[in-house]
Design a protein around this ligand. Structure first.
Ligand SMILES: [Zn+2]
Length: 408
């Protein structure tokens, strides 16, 4: 184990998780993190580029809901606008009720069947069921002043969070809050009466950036070159230090940048700090796709790092659509490192973008997280902090990738 690299990995993690704290897209901390990444790559001799996009930071000022003199515990839906409304409460539990009811100028409670799973953001292109789009457009046409959603336990769809926000969409402009299914049933008894809902949340416009570093012999004929694109998202969920998700991934990219300082192989190596994996509209990923629209077919391989270096268990290398010779190279590297194993396939990461555009991929994560993906309650919470990171694993993965890249 290289002591100097290990110390650097610790320094990078401290910077991203302690000095910066909030890395959610649109926040000042997010811009601080991308600037640091940019400067470090530059110091290490990489040609650097940025891709800028518009976003907003979101401030959750809490909310208050009162019916008669009864107070209800409510949470503001992430990215929601604030409100201060006094209006009649009406309720809907399915699409038919939503379609046929008159909700103009009312506060609307959504509960039961219609609130069973989180609605995809209205402009999300990768996966968006027709039913979700229908609900969103009915709500937007209804004239409601504000929405309260009562959601039940749904471990598989919301990572065990209870209650979960039915709406998590910065492009949806009707203010909304959420509460537990139990409280939703209590609130339902006030249907037809006037209630008060006040929420102090707000959106603050601010840009975000992807940062890209490039190296290789073919640097000056980029279009003809075969590229290997190594990605890790630099943003974190609001309210979480985002240590495993995904400060470790970004620290790893910087350690790898150091190991590849003198890379002069035949491939073009591209290191990408993606910005937006944990933001509703994945703006950095969309910006990257737009810039690379006609360029995905020269990508030989994507290696995406997300969720790596958890203190428990081994590091998993999951391979997707690799040519046999490339698969063999990966297997050799995995076998040569005691902390690495081949992993099962999972789709909840940025490697999916490359797969959609026909490029093969390797996804690197912690085996424990892949095995417990539906039940673990660490991701996106305060529990995802530096205490659960094994910093040695960052160096081991970076050294393995360095060897792999020099064999391709
Ligand atoms: Zn992540």
């Amino acid at each position: 184990m290289d002591k100097m690299l290990h110390q650097k990995a610790i320094n990078y993690l401290n910077y991203f998780c302690k000095e910066v704290k909030d890395r959610s897209v649109g926040s000042p901390g997010n811009r601080k993190a991308t600037k640091f990444f940019y400067n470090t790559l530059k110091e290490l001799g990489w040609q650097t580029n940025i891709q800028k996009f518009d976003a907003f930071d979101w401030e959750n000022g809490g909310a208050r809901l009162e019916a008669d003199s009864e107070k209800f515990e409510v949470y503001v839906s992430p990215y929601s606008l604030g409100c201060n409304e006094r209006a009649e409460l009406k309720a809907a539990s399915n699409i038919e009720e939503l379609e046929n009811g008159d909700f103009n100028d009312k506060i609307l409670l959504l509960y039961g069947e219609i609130a069973k799973e989180q609605l995809m953001p209205k402009n999300f292109v990768f996966y968006n069921p027709a039913e979700h789009q229908k609900i969103i457009s009915l709500l937007e046409e209804s004239g409601v002043k504000a929405i309260i959603t009562a959601t039940d336990r749904n471990a598989a769809l919301a990572g065990g969070v209870y209650p979960f926000p039915l709406i998590e969409d910065g492009d949806f402009d009707i203010p909304s809050v959420y509460l537990t299914a139990e409280n939703g049933r209590k609130l339902l008894t006030y249907e037809g009466q006037t209630i008060t809902l006040k929420s102090n949340s707000k959106r603050i416009a601010g840009p975000g950036y992807n940062v890209i570093g490039v190296k290789g012999k073919n640097l000056f004929q980029q279009n003809a070159a075969q590229r290997i694109v190594i990605t890790a998202h630099i943003d974190a969920k609001k309210g979480s230090p985002g240590a495993i998700d995904n400060a470790t991934g970004v620290a790893l990219l910087l350690i790898l940048a150091e190991l590849l300082k003198n890379y002069d192989g035949s491939k073009l190596i591209e290191l990408v700090a993606f910005n937006g994996e944990d933001y509703y509209s994945v703006p950095g990923q969309m910006a990257y796709i737009k810039a690379n629209q006609d360029n995905f077919d020269n990508i030989l391989l994507n290696i995406n790092i997300d969720g790596a270096a958890y203190k428990i268990g081994k590091t998993s290398f999951s391979t997707f659509d690799l040519e046999p010779s490339l698969e063999e190279r990966v297997e050799e590297i995995v076998e040569a490192h005691s902390g690495l194993v081949k992993g099962s396939n999972w789709v909840q990461g940025d490697h999916s973008i490359f797969l959609q555009y026909g490029a093969p991929a390797v996804a690197i994560s912690s085996k424990w997280f892949i095995d417990n993906i539906d039940t673990q309650q660490i991701t996106h919470t305060k529990k995802d902090n530096l205490e659960i990171v094994d910093t040695h694993k960052i160096v081991e993965i970076a050294e393995a990738l360095n060897q792999l890249l020099r064999k391709i």
